[in-house]
Design a protein around this ligand. Structure first.
Ligand SMILES: Nc1ncnc2c1ncn2[C@@H]1O[C@H](COP(=O)(O)OP(=O)(O)OP(=O)(O)O)[C@@H](O)[C@H]1O
Length: 627
């Protein structure tokens, strides 16, 4: 393989074959160039498809612009490094050739400028990396939270809180280095390697080819362990999120564990999950070190092989001796981006392990697996005066063998106050979940104000549960959550309607504590009822929401809710699930549910006077009170 004389001449003249590979190049050289470029392009394509996980790339769509900026800045830094290498090679060649010191000035100025501007671009790139990280985490975390909210509590009943929390925090954070550093570096590496190898081929095809072959091998090394590394990454993430879930469970249930005398057993569980995490971390580390060792060897072997090839070519007279500096420094630059990429490799794998789970959580966005609900297709035949309609509904929880509701029919008129009662496990909470649109029936339809429940506009149904969630902050902040524009008078009025005047007297600025810990159970429930009233929702569902109040207060709250109206003057529909039946004396209708079906319905007095399930449940409670 001969090198064009013209190229050799130039290389010997300046120590720099530098830039020019022109039309005068021989056919054999072009063949070599084509071949090398082909290898490099295949290499880039493979590296891209194997190193970059295309499904994961979708997660970075919120950060396209800063990603481009980081990549461009990375390319500028690489270009500076190559220019600096050229200038240094010129300096060395001139020194060796005994060129007067004045002639070195331009090259020294280039080196000085490159050294001076480099930190500026490094700083700019760091800022851009943080923008990518911020944009990716904001967008992915937002989408995950939306998916969580849309899925509702029934979608992933077996998902542990700590596991979901890990995904939302550390899992999303794991994507930061993947997108901020690893992905742009893959592009920078690919472009730099192609550019530097092309220049080396122009200098000397043999040296260029040797560099190209070793450079093409580097991205394949981690591929040898790809599956194992990914499996170890998955193990590591599972162990990590399981341990977090165990810690979260333990913290939440600390008092219960203490009262049950189960702290020792719990400690053992935590020790075991820590040991599993340590084992998974060490396993991943061992494999990473092995892979880093081999990659590191290739990164040293690459420039060394290029230097060796250059020495052989110089010895055979095919390359000017002065070119040795250019070849060596450029060969080093061809492998430098790989070194940076290798540093981010670990981050890349973390991102891949976490990203896979993030994608799984986002699968089917907005997040709810649908079953057979057909309301969309069927024209609505819901009369205007009906707020909630269950039309021959059969519902089964995901994975459950038995249906929890079968052939369930129920029509609740707008503005009415209706109670649903029944023994434990009858299906009352299931009914509430379906009204809230958290699940889809296997058969039949659930409609809320004429729409499929799952399509009801946000704010249509206000739920107050037995153990409502209050957020750390003041009473005012908790109420303003649903009515940001409400005045203090509005807040106080809502609290009074929820029979929480004592809390008004206390002051709206009173802190409620973590999860409402500074309030009693009854106070928490009343604040939650006031919050539901402030929502101005046309339907309010109280699921054992007044269970912590005394019987008189519970009766009063329910009585007041009868009078609740919306801003347009229409009445609020109230669905009450209650165990304390005596408190339901003034509701419009009582629906009695048993074994997933409506078994009785009617007025309180009518059912109480009968001999059905309601009368038996009422008798049982009266007997208990009498006893
Ligand atoms: N997430 C779930 N997965 C599977 N089955 C469930 C799930 N939640 C409830 N069930 C089952 O559905 C049936 C109805 O439960 P539901 O919670 O609706 O009863 P309930 O009337 O509200 O009972 P309680 O008064 O004790 O709260 C029960 O057999 C229960 O075991």
């Amino acid at each position: 393989m001969s090198v064009p004389r013209r190229v050799r001449a130039r290389a010997s003249e300046a120590g720099l074959a530098a830039s020019v590979v022109t039309g005068g190049a021989s056919r054999s050289m072009w063949c070599t160039t084509d071949y090398t470029l082909l290898i490099t392009v295949i290499n880039i394509k493979l590296a891209w498809s194997l190193v970059i996980h295309s499904r994961l790339i979708r997660l970075g769509r919120g950060a396209r612009q800063p990603l481009v900026v980081v990549t461009v800045l990375g390319l500028v830094l690489s270009a500076l490094a190559v220019i600096q290498a050229f200038a240094l090679a010129t300096v060395f060649s001139c020194i060796v050739a005994g060129t007067p010191i004045d002639a070195l000035a331009p090259a020294l100025v280039v080196v000085a400028v490159a050294l001076l501007v480099r930190p500026v671009f490094v700083a700019l790139r760091e800022l851009a990396v943080h923008s990518v990280a911020g944009a990716v985490t904001r967008s992915v975390r937002g989408r995950l939270l939306d998916a969580e909210a849309a899925a509702g509590p029934l979608a992933r009943p077996d998902a542990r809180t700590g596991t979901r929390q890990s995904l939302l925090t550390d899992g999303v954070d794991g994507l930061e280095p993947y997108f901020g550093r690893y992905v742009p570096q893959v592009v920078v590496t690919a472009v730099t390697v192609v550019a530097v190898v092309t220049i080396l081929i122009a200098l000397d095809p043999v040296v260029g080819l040797v560099t190209a072959i070793i450079a093409a091998t580097v991205p394949f090394v981690p591929r040898l362990w790809d599956r194992a590394l990914q499996a170890r990454g998955d193990d590591h993430w599972s162990a990590y999120s399981d341990m977090n879930a165990d810690v979260a469970d333990s913290l939440r249930g600390m008092e219960t564990l203490k009262l049950l005398g189960a702290t020792t057993d719990r400690r053992r569980t935590l020790t075991e999950s820590s040991a599993r995490l340590l084992h998974a971390t060490l396993g991943q580390l061992r494999l990473s070190l092995l892979e880093s060792g081999l990659t590191g060897f290739l990164l040293i072997a690459g420039p060394a092989a290029a230097l060796l090839a250059a020495v052989v070519r110089i010895a055979s007279g095919d390359l000017a001796a002065a070119s040795v500096f250019t070849v060596t420094l450029l060969a080093f630059e061809a492998f430098r981006p790989f070194r940076e990429l290798a540093n981010h490799w670990h981050a890349g794998y973390l991102g891949v392990s976490a990203g896979g789970r993030v994608l799984a959580a986002l699968d089917g966005e907005p997040g709810r697996a649908r079953s057979v609900q057909t309301t969309d297709d069927a024209p609505s035949v819901i009369p205007d005066d009906e707020a909630i309609v269950f039309d021959d509904v059969t519902f089964r929880y995901p994975g459950a063998e038995q249906a929890s509701l079968h052939g369930f029919d129920l029509r609740i008129a707008r503005g009415s106050v209706v109670a649903v009662v029944g023994p434990s496990g009858a299906g009352k909470s299931t009914l509430v979940n379906l009204v809230l649109g958290f699940g889809d029936p296997e058969e039949g339809r659930v409609s809320v104000l004429g729409h499929a429940a799952r399509d009801a506009a946000p704010g249509t149904v206000a739920l107050v549960s037995q153990d409502p969630v209050l957020f750390s902050g003041t009473i005012r902040e908790n109420l303003r959550l649903v009515a940001p524009g409400a005045s203090d008078d509005d807040l106080a009025a809502a609290l009074e309607r929820a029979h929480a005047a004592d809390l008004v007297a206390h002051g709206l600025d009173s802190p409620v504590g973590d999860g409402g810990a500074l309030l009693s159970g009854g106070e928490r429930q009343r604040v939650a009822i006031a919050r539901a009233l402030l929502m101005n929702a046309p339907i309010i569902v109280l699921d054992e929401a007044s269970s912590a109040l005394d019987a008189r207060a519970e009766r009063h709250v329910l009585g007041d809710l009868r009078a609740a109206t919306l801003p347009d003057g229409s009445g609020v529909t109230v669905l009450v699930i209650a165990h304390r039946l005596a408190a339901l004396r003034h509701v419009d209708e009582v629906i009695v549910v048993d074994d997933g079906r409506v078994v009785e319905r009617g007025g309180f007095d009518e059912l109480a006077a009968g001999d059905g399930l309601f009368a038996r449940l009422l008798d049982a409670q009266t007997d208990r009170v009498d006893a």
